[in-house]
Structure formats: C-alpha cells, structure tokens
Design a protein around this ligand. Structure first.
Ligand SMILES: Nc1nc2c(c(=O)[nH]1)N(C=O)[C@@H](CNc1ccc(C(=O)N[C@@H](CCC(=O)O)C(=O)O)cc1)CN2
Ligand SMILES: Nc1ncnc2c1ncn2[C@@H]1O[C@H](COP(=O)(O)OP(=O)(O)OP(=O)(O)O)[C@@H](O)[C@H]1O
Length: 203
C-alpha cells in the first residue's frame, strides 16, 4: 500500500543520499551560523535547560551551539538511545564527556557518558532541538524513522509541557510539504543557514 509511510521512506532515502555527499567542512560552516540563529531567538534568552543532540555525519553541526549554551550556564541534556529506540537523557559536560556508541547498520553516535536522568527528564526543559531530515513551514518534521522523537513529543504533551521545538536543517531540506501521519506533532521553528522560519500557527 502506498501512503505517507512510503512517501516518508522515499524522501528519507533521497535526503540521506544528499547528506552522505556533504563533508565535515559543510557541517562546521553551517554550525556557526545556526548557533547564532538559535541563540538570537527571543525565547532562548531565558532558557535554563535545553535538550539538544551531538550532530553526526551530514547533519548540520550542533557543536558550536552546545559549547555556547554551556558557556552561558545553560544546562544541556543529550539523548541516549535505548534498545527500543526510546530516548534516555544525560547532561552534557563538554566534549570529553561524550562516548562513541555504535549500533549495527546505524551511524556512530556521540552520547553523554554521565548519569542517566530517565526518559521523563525531557519534560522539564525550556527548549528541545530535534534532529530531522526535512521539515515544512507548517512545522511538519521528517525524522530518521525510529519514532524516538515522536515519543519525546508525545511525552511532552502528556506532561503538559510546552517547550520551544526547534529543527536545524540544510537549506534544501526545508520542503514545500513533508508527508505527515496522525501521530506527527509539529515543531515551532525551522532554522537553516539562510533563514529562521516560524511554523505557521505559532507566534
Ligand atoms: N545526532 C543525532 N543523534 C541522535 C539522533 C539523530 O537523529 N541524530 N536520534 C534520532 O532519533 C537518536 C538516535 N537514533 C538514530 C536512529 C537511526 C540512526 C541511523 O543511522 N539510521 C540509518 C538508517 C538505518 C535505520 O533506520 O536504522 C541512517 O540514518 O542512515 C541513527 C540514530 C538520538 N540521537
Ligand atoms: N508516541 C509514540 N509511541 C511509540 N511509537 C510511536 C509514537 N509515535 C510514533 N511512533 C512510531 O514510530 C515509528 C516512526 O514514526 P515516523 O516515521 O513518524 O518517525 P520520525 O518522526 O521520522 O522519526 P523520529 O521521531 O525518530 O525522529 C512509527 O512506526 C510510529 O508508529
């Protein structure tokens, strides 16, 4: 049967192929401008705790942002992938506190080595930086397909938490329309090197 699920799979393949051709240089160049964009959002001025992730492969770089958040005294939580693709969280304490983790068929991740805070820890943050492969101006986001962040978003909603939801992308990954399924929940801001895009329907 063909539906949003197949459309998502095709788009993922296409976008991952483009990312696999990007170099580390591309990631670093985008990192600095994206960090500036995120930090100049008015909502970020008062953020005390932020859930983020360590970029890998062709993902737009998050390194500069993580360092600057820490320098400002913001508490940064990073995801730890659980066997069922749900996410636990632990605090970012600098590049030396990260460990490489490898799961077969998947890109190597850099995960925090410190104490785990439990999956519910994300419900206490002021902003969540979500990884994505594409998004549109309605805030629909295409992830890697594990459903990890779908579960994070469901958990936030269940807890009545309403943190700012951000996605960092390359310019070509901001699409006219991303296929959506009923469980998908929109993000608030899509940032690319050339623009900060607020999703329709939110401030
Ligand atoms: N930097 C980063 N950290 C992250 C994520 C992410 O997307 N990026 N995650 C986001 O949830 C979680 C980890 N989940 C992941 C899920 C799949 C793959 C992966 O390599 N997928 C293959 C495709 C094969 C497959 O589907 O497993 C790929 O993308 O090439 C990596 C991480 C938490 N940490
Ligand atoms: N709240 C939830 N709890 C458990 N599984 C869920 C939840 N929401 C979605 N899923 C499942 O997760 C799988 C992946 O969903 P989808 O293709 O939307 O992932 P994605 O949003 O691209 O990835 P991610 O959330 O990891 O960034 C689907 O099988 C979906 O049914």
């Amino acid at each position: 049967m063909s539906g949003p699920d197949d459309a998502k799979r095709g788009l993922r393949r296409e976008l991952l192929a483009v990312r696999s051709r990007l170099t580390g240089d591309d990631a670093e160049k985008t990192a600095a401008v994206l960090a500036r964009r995120v930090l100049s959002l008015p909502e970020m001025a008062g953020a005390r705790t932020v859930a983020a992730y360590v970029s890998v492969g062709g993902e737009p770089g998050t390194g500069a942002l993580l360092e600057e958040l820490r320098r400002r005294g913001v508490r940064v939580l990073l995801p730890v992938l659980l066997p069922d693709d749900d996410l636990d969280w632990a605090e970012y304490e600098g590049p030396a506190s990260l460990a490489e983790t490898r799961r077969s068929g998947r890109v190597t991740l850099h995960e925090p080595a410190g104490p785990r805070l439990g999956p519910e820890a994300v419900t206490g943050v002021d902003a969540v930086l979500l990884p994505g492969l594409a998004a549109d101006l309605s805030g629909r986001r295409l992830g890697r397909g594990g459903g990890s962040y779908d579960r994070v978003l469901a958990r936030l909603a269940a807890a009545g938490a309403d943190p700012l939801l951000l996605v960092l992308l390359h310019d070509h990954e901001l699409r006219e329309e991303v296929p959506a399924e009923p469980h998908d929940r929109p993000v608030h801001v899509v940032l690319t090197p050339s623009g900060t895009h607020r999703a329709r329907g939110r401030g």
